[in-house]
Design a protein around this ligand. Structure first.
Ligand code: 5GP
Length: 175
């Protein structure tokens, strides 16, 4: 499949994604059985993952959204353009940040620091995909769907310059 200047090949099928989402949901439901967690999906990229994940959680939960603008092109600049949606309603809550993909870990670091400033009770992260650099940056992601190499992926909520979020499978850019 070609999008703009890049060729993409299928990488993780929808059925593999959903298998992983189910097992993440089972672990979280069991870990938070008495905690009424607040899921905090990071928009835009995590909308599809968040929807599939949260409807498989079988303990009473809240959902609140944070929005971060995605970066341009296929490289993380390390610059977070905007972060909106964090407020005092999160005080004293058990937060689970829902990320589509963790690359450098810069976005998570920033969100986690802001959450701590709001006085949340606990913060964990669930990420469908994690690239190798996140581990180097020492961001602890408790729930990870797939560990991948440093490659550019698209689909299942993830875009390339705004395009491709709609695809149900995950694709990677051909090298
Ligand atoms: P980080 O701050 O960890 O470097 O970047 C995290 C954010 O960058 C993700 O939430 C996502 O929006 C974007 N991102 C990182 N890697 C990729 C990728 O391979 N494909 C797409 N479409 N977005 C990515």
């Amino acid at each position: 499949m070609k999008i703009k200047d890049l060729e993409f090949n299928e990488f993780i099928s929808e059925s593999k994604v959903l298998e992983s989402v189910q097992s993440l949901a089972d672990r979280i439901s069991s870990d938070y059985s008495d905690l009424a967690p607040v899921f905090l999906p990071v928009l835009n990229g995590s909308f599809m993952f968040a929807s599939d994940l949260i409807k498989r959680i079988n303990v009473p939960s809240r959902v609140s959204f944070v929005k971060v603008s995605s970066y341009q092109g296929t490289n993380s600049s390390g610059q977070l353009k905007t972060l909106v949606g964090l407020d005092e309603s999160l005080f004293n809550q058990h937060i689970i940040i829902v990320e589509d993909i963790v690359d450098t870990g810069f976005t998570l670091e920033k969100i986690i620091n802001e959450l701590k400033g709001l006085g949340v009770k606990s913060v964990e992260v669930v990420a469908l995909l994690r690239k190798t650099p996140a581990r180097e940056k020492n961001i602890f992601v408790k729930y990870v769907g797939f560990d991948i190499h440093d490659e550019f992926v698209l689909g299942y909520g993830l875009d390339y310059d705004g395009l491709g979020r709609n695809f149900k499978d995950i694709y990677k850019a051909a090298r």
